[in-house]
Design a protein around this ligand. Structure first.
Ligand SMILES: C[S@@+](CC[C@H](N)C(=O)[O-])C[C@H]1O[C@@H](n2cnc3c(N)ncnc32)[C@H](O)[C@@H]1O
Length: 212
């Protein structure tokens, strides 16, 4: 399988880290991890979000990252070393047991995928999350943009275009289809939808179903 991020993995953080770091810190504060939280980041890329979970819990959280790009995970390994369990794999078929994680995150990944695939991945996230788990998803917001949001959307347009024709087309389809809300499993409750970056992005905080 070709690695879509093989070419850009080593440059990704140079462009994205200044933007992603505050976004990831906000995701962690919304997740509010307990000291011994078991956290999974789906499409963890270079591991920046997982590092933010470690920082917030003074290294106590048990963190796992999954990504299908070996090149992105190489960068994550350089960043996190043995502090994280990192796995190359596809998010539609994850190598974790049912009801394993307290917190499952997915940042800036699902817009690359068609809605059916995004739904399949979120169903898989539901399988590995515990009852009453917190799911945090960050991605493009489909709604009105403030002035700042228009500037960010113009930047995103360039970044998605730079990522390649296939990537750009998938992003356009994602936004036109309605974005994240239409892919969320019925069993989840959206506790909060936090619009950020002037409306360019949003963070969805969801609760999985409780035990019946
Ligand atoms: C734009 S990057 C975002 C990386 C990171 N989450 C962040 O916030 O910076 C998207 C990541 O999702 C990964 N990805 C895309 N589809 C995937 C899939 N089906 N299974 C696992 N990882 C996937 C890509 O390899 C890439 O590392």
């Amino acid at each position: 399988m070709t690695d879509d991020y093989g070419r850009i993995a080593r440059f990704y953080d140079r462009l994205m880290e200044p933007i992603n770091r505050p976004l990831h810190q906000l995701m962690v504060s919304l997740a509010d991890p307990g000291p011994d939280a078991q956290v999974l980041d789906i499409g963890c890329g270079t591991g920046l979000l997982l590092e933010a979970f470690l920082t917030a819990t003074d290294g106590a959280a048990e963190i796992h990252g999954l990504d299908r790009s070996p090149a992105m995970l190489d960068v994550a390994r350089d960043r996190l070393g043995t502090r994280a369990d990192l796995t190359v794999g596809d998010a539609t078929d994850m190598p974790y047991g049912n009801d394993t994680f307290d917190i499952v995150t997915c940042s800036l990944m699902l817009h690359e995928l068609d809605t059916d695939l995004a739904r399949a991945i979120l169903a898989e996230a539901d399988r590995v999350a515990r009852p009453n788990a917190t799911i945090i998803i960050t991605d493009y917001y489909v709604g009105s943009l403030r002035f700042k949001g228009r500037l960010w959307r113009a930047f995103s347009y360039g970044a998605e275009f730079f990522a390649g024709v296939k990537h750009f087309a998938a992003w356009r389809r994602h936004v036109q289809a309605g974005g994240i809300p239409i892919a969320l499993p019925d069993a989840w409750t959206v506790r909060q939808q936090k619009v950020v970056a002037g409306g360019n992005l949003a963070i969805w905080v969801c609760d999985t179903a409780s035990v019946t």
